[in-house]
Design a protein around this ligand. Structure first.
Ligand code: ASP
Length: 421
């Protein structure tokens, strides 16, 4: 029997899901997809999230406690954060450059705005966000009850904080007193890694259902079909996609070429393809995290001690695709509404987008909600987000691929720096 590798199976499942979603629009089977296929997509998302939280917890504790000293932890932490910030700065710069040069919002007909229910919930977020301290995200990072945080999918940063704290304390205590904990954490980590393996094996089936279900939901909630939605906001979509492609095909490889000896373009993309495809189908870098770790660990051969520290942090704080999209979206809306954004306005937008992407949860549509925060530095009414809503889910799928690719890039570079030291 021919052995097809996993990323091809996932790709085929995605294509079949897309073709089936398009075909079912014509043969009136959209509700079949929503009722019978999308539940399997939901089960898949739940399984991924189920594994993600304990995996992050145990792998960070293991990764940190395996470091020989607190200063090694500090060094790796600094490199990781600096690299993550650098890639995000590239992303916002590329986004702003493209949207200013191409001007997708110039000559747009504003009469076509459709308000819908999502906008009011976005506006509710604005009113609660307006008088918060800019340092709130740091305060929120510290959990007051780790058991509550473990039960809250949006509290990933709190879990990371706890895991780093716990792992660092393990470095500090007497070796004899922590042997059992080390063994226990190691074994639990293995159990969750095995769960990832099992879920990935069946992922092509789930991904087919997820694609068909999600696309059918998208088209049933709008006046036009899937293709019309994309065509309607064509140039804006193209600018975001162009920016994301530059990040993936030029910037990341360039960074790796500079810092990694014998970097192979083909090997890198082949190795992380399953994670990228999963990011595209789930729109969540948190849900994709177990697979990203698996790919970087097993295919790119980055040791566990690096992946288990760098990737969970990246999944939560590094969102290059999201910040690029936010810059393009804000300037696009300004162009449509006839706002003149000065250079300093745009720098402020860029800075806010970098911070907003750090604060965004790694779940579907998080970037859209954070867009409200970025719009807050301009005079644009968040209600106008309605204009870009129709294509948001599709762009979310694409920006999540970039978020995950950025994490894998930084992890590979941190690994090569660690080896050299
Ligand atoms: N869905 C993205 C992620 O999980 C976040 C976003 O841009 O909405 O990485």
């Amino acid at each position: 029997m021919i052995k097809i590798s996993l990323h091809w199976k996932i790709l085929i499942a995605m294509l079949l899901g897309l073709i089936w979603a398009l075909a079912s629009e014509n043969i009136n089977l959209v509700s079949f997809n929503i009722l019978w296929l999308s539940p399997f997509g939901d089960i898949f998302m739940k399984l991924l999230k189920l594994i993600a939280v304990p995996l992050v917890l145990f792998s960070i504790i293991k990764g940190v406690s395996n470091l020989s000293s607190i200063s090694e932890l500090g060094k790796m932490g600094t490199k990781t954060i600096l690299l993550y910030l650098t890639t995000t700065c590239f992303a916002v710069f590329i986004g702003l450059f493209l949207v200013n040069q191409i001007g997708p919002g110039k000559g747009f007909n504003i009469g076509e705005i459709k308000k819908n229910s999502k906008v009011s919930s976005i506006q509710e977020q604005v009113s609660t966000n307006s008088d918060e301290s800019p340092l709130k995200f740091i305060v929120d990072m510290v959990p007051e009850n780790i058991f509550l945080s473990l039960g809250d999918n949006k509290a990933m940063l709190q879990i990371i904080f706890f895991a780093i704290f716990f792992g660092s304390v393990l470095i500090l205590i007497d070796k004899k007193k922590k042997v059992q904990i080390d063994i226990l954490i190691d074994s639990l980590n293995e159990v969750f890694l095995k769960m990832v393996d099992i879920v990935i094996r069946y992922s092509p089936f789930f991904i087919f259902c997820l694609m068909a279900g999600t696309l059918s939901k998208l088209s049933s909630g709008s006046d036009g079909g899937i293709v019309e939605i994309i065509l309607g906001l064509g140039l804006y979509t193209i600018v975001v996609l162009l920016g994301l492609s530059i990040m993936m095909l030029v910037i990341y490889p360039l960074i790796m070429k500079i810092f990694i000896n014998n970097f192979s373009y083909k090997l890198f993309f082949k190795s992380i393809a399953p994670a990228q495809l999963l990011a595209f189908s789930t729109s969540s870098s948190a849900a994709t995290l177990p697979v990203t770790m698996d790919c970087v660990n097993n295919n790119l051969r980055v040791p566990n001690k690096v992946t288990s520290f760098v990737l969970p942090i990246g999944a939560t704080v590094n969102m290059d695709g999201t910040s690029l999209y936010q810059c393009v979206a804000v300037v696009f809306l300004a162009q449509i509404l006839g706002f003149d954004l000065t250079l300093s306005n745009q720098l402020l937008i860029a800075m806010t987008a970098v911070l907003a992407s750090i604060g965004s949860a790694a779940v579907p549509s998080a970037g859209l909600f954070m867009l409200v925060v970025v719009l807050g530095v301009t005079d644009i009414d968040p209600m106008y987000i309605a204009i870009i809503l129709p294509v948001d889910r599709i762009l979310d799928m694409c920006r999540t691929v970039i978020n995950v690719t950025g994490d894998a890039t930084v992890c590979s570079v941190v690994n090569s720096w660690t080896k050299k030291n």
